[in-house]
Design a protein around this ligand. Sequence first.
Ligand code: TLP
Length: 347
Amino acid sequence: MPPTIDLRSDTVTHPSPAMREAMATAEVGDDVYGEDPTINRLEALAAETMGKEAGLFVSSGTMSNLVAVMTHCQRGEEAILGSEAHILQYEVAGAAGVAGVQLRPVPNDEGGRLDPSLVEATIRGQNLHFPQTALVCLENTHNRCGGAVLTPEETRAVADVAHARGVRVHIDGARILNAAVALGVPASDLAREADSVGFCLSKGLAAPVGSVLCGSAEFIARARKNRKILGGGMRQAGIIAAAGVVALESMVERLTDDHANARWLADGLAGLPGVVLRPGSVQTNIIIFAIEGQDAPTLAARLRESGLLATTLDARRIRMVTHYGIERADVEEALDRVQAALGAVAA
Ligand code: TLP
């Protein structure tokens, strides 16, 4: 069996040697008392990176989004978001089931954008019958839209219509640092118009665990209480936050390698018979392509047999993600395996 190439997600990354060293020697305290110096340092660094007053270390991107929804919305209110949003598609209806908040989708375009005028028309105010709109959620980069980036201007266009109606804006920025690196702008420019932004340490930045939710000091104080409700007060979690500090200090610029490898992979895939890949669609580290004339799960199963792991989005589409630990040689090898599997499935 040849070595496995795991392109299912950037969540599969292992911590770097520097992270393991930092975790082994991390100074810790009880974070529920606010006394873990490593968490305090990570939260301050994250807030500074996002241009916000404060940060809150949480266990996952899912917890970051749920805490944000709980903190921005009352039970019985609604949040507007894209039809392809991770919060809607992959977070087990936590907004509804746990926060009591209705999710109201409007279509995402293929670049992960929302139409500002449609968002404006969808916002609902005070009325006996309506769930009042309290929040609009954006996603940058956009996972199901192939890692597409939202620019500061696109973010502002939606935030302006929301704020004009007294509605707050949250960015699910699980991969916002990929967007920042791809656009060559500070992440704070991408988060400026949002009332909160969460980003993941455990994806392309390669830390083993964790996300940070950032916003105003007042928002984060309320979010901290909601994190406690969810059982997210993690005591001596400086052990894992230490890897997050290393991630922010030394793993951000490296994301350009993942983006270059993703483009290389996309170009190679686009040349294979039966692969449909929208030109220019790969902006960061996620590649989504369709297969013509065959079934994506069947192809994914073939790829798995050859030691290449990918995910399927639906009956036609496959997702591959480049990340820390995947080198150009792995991409070349992956292309060979896809070519062989396509031939085998077609035969
Ligand atoms: N996404 C995962 C899966 O859940 C699909 C992946 O492999 O891409 N927001 C966005 C945009 C995400 O892509 C993810 C994870 C999350 C939130 C949730 O983060 P975690 O997995 O830390 O809860």
